[in-house]
Design a binder for this molecule. Structure first.
Ligand SMILES: [Zn+2]
Ligand SMILES: [Zn+2]
Length: 333
C-alpha cells in the first residue's frame, strides 16, 4: 500500500522550500515507516538550504531531528513495534565494513548517509528510515520538546565529551545545542561560561537561567581561564577568541558541520599544547548514551513551535538569530 504525504521540499539550493505531495513506498527489509509528529530545525538544515553543504540528494525533504511513531514495519524489523515513539537522527546509514565502522567511529564512515541531506528527512508527514539507526524516545518529553534532543542534544553531547574533563567550560553561541549542553555540563559539576551574540540580552538571561555562572558578549574576554570551549556558532572569528580564552593544554571544540575559512592567527595562541578539534556527526552509541542521560539530568528543552507550512520562516529566523531555544516544526496528523 503506497502512502501520500505532504512535505516541504528543497528543489534546488538557495531557493525556498516548496510544499509537495509525495508518494512513499512500503518499508523495505530493515526499514520502518515513521509518522512524523515533530521535527527540529537545525543549523545544518540552513547550511543545506543555503548551499554551503554541497551534496544534498535533490529534491530533498530536510530535517534530522525527527520524532514520530512507527506506522509500519518492514520485513525483519524486530526492535520496534507499531505505534512506538522513535527518533530519527542525522546518521541514517553506514557501511558497517570500513575501518571507521568497525572501530566504533561510524560517524566518520565515508559511505555514511545522512537524514535530511542524502536521505529524505522529517519536514513532512512520513519518512522511511533504517530501523537500526532510530532510537526509542523515553522520558516524559512532549514530541516537540524531544525533537531538539536528536541533534542539538546528541551532537552537543558528543562535543561535550570531546571537551574532556574541563571544569571551566565556555560555550560560544547560545542556541539549541548550548541550551541543552549547559544543563548536562552543570549536572556534571562543571562551570558554564556563555558567550552570546554581542548585545543579545535575552540570550544572556536565558543562559543564566539554565545555570551559566557567567554570560557575556562573544567578543568579551572570559572572566576565568577556560579549560575548554565549544563553538556552536558558525562565526569563524570565534575560533580565535576561544583560543585566547583557553588555558595551556586547553581544547577548543568546533561543533558545527560548516564554517568559512579560519583566518590566520599568531602561533602563540596554539602554543602550550592548546588543541582545536572538530566534531563530525554522531555514532549510535552517542545517541544511546545521551538519550539515557537526558531524562536523568533532567534536560528540559525550550522550543519555538512552527507549523510545517512555516518551515521557511523557521529557517529565516534561525539564520537571523531571532529565536530563543530550538525551533521545531509540528506536523499535524
Ligand atoms: Zn563504514
Ligand atoms: Zn543538526
Amino acid at each position: 500500500m503506497t502512502r501520500r504525504t505532504t512535505a516541504m521540499v528543497l528543489e534546488s539550493a538557495r531557493t525556498p522550500l516548496v510544499r509537495r505531495e509525495l508518494t512513499l513506498a512500503d518499508p523495505g527489509p530493515g526499514e520502518v515507516l515513521v509518522e512524523v509528529a515533530a521535527c527540529g530545525v537545525c543549523r545544518t538544515d540552513l547550511h543545506v538550504v543555503d548551499g554551503e553543504l554541497t551534496e544534498p540528494s535533490l529534491p530533498l525533504v530536510p530535517g534530522h531531528e525527527v520524532v514520530g511513531r512507527i506506522a509500519a514495519l518492514g520485513p525483519g524489523v524486530a526492535r520496534f513495534e507499531a505505534g512506538q515513539r522513535v527518533g530519527v537522527p542525522w546518521l541514517g546509514w553506514t557501511c558497517g565494513a570500513c575501518d571507521y565502522c568497525r572501530g566504533g567511529r561510524e560517524n566518520l564512515c565515508p559511505e555514511a548517509r545522512f537524514t535530511g541531506y542524502t536521505l529524505n528527512g522529517g519536514y513532512g508527514g512520513y519518512l522511511l528510515a533504517d530501523a537500526r539507526y532510530c532510537f526509542p524516545i523515553h522520558g516524559d518529553y512532549g514530541d516537540a520538546e524531544a525533537a531538539p534532543l536528536l541533534c542539538a542534544g546528541l551532537i552537543g553531547y558528543r562535543s561535550l565529551v570531546m571537551a574532556g574533563e574541563a571544569r571551566c567550560l565556555g560555550l560560544y553561541g547560545f542556541g539549541a545545542a548550548a541550551h541543552i549542553v549547559a544543563q548536562v555540563a552543570r549536572h556534571q559539576g562543571r562551570e558554564v561560561y556563555a558567550f552570546v551574540r554581542p548585545g543579545d540580552a535575552a540570550a544572556k538571561a536565558f543562559a543564566r537561567e539554565l545555570g551559566a555562572v557567567w554570560a557575556g558578549d562573544s567578543g568579551e574576554a572570559a572572566p576565568e581561564e577556560l579549560d575548554a570551549a565549544i563553538l556552536y556558532a558558525p562565526v569563524v572569528s570565534l575560533v580565535t577568541a576561544a583560543q585566547k580564552a583557553v588555558r595551556p593544554r586547553g581544547t577548543v571544540v568546533c561543533a558545527g558541520i560548516y564554517m568559512t575559512d579560519i583566518p590566520s592567527f599568531p602561533y602563540e595562541l596554539r602554543w602550550r599544547e592548546r588543541k582545536v578539534v572538530s566534531v563530525a556527526n554522531l555514532t549510535r552509541r552517542d545517541g544511546e548514551d545521551f538519550l539515557a542521560l537526558a531524562p536523568k539530568v533532567p534536560v528540559r528543552t525550550t522550543v519555538q513551535r512552527f507549523p510545517l507550512a512555516e518551515a521557511n520562516e523557521a529557517l529565516a529566523r534561525l539564520r537571523d538569530g531571532r529565536l530563543t531555544g530550538a525551533p521545531v516544526l509540528e506536523i499535524a496528523g
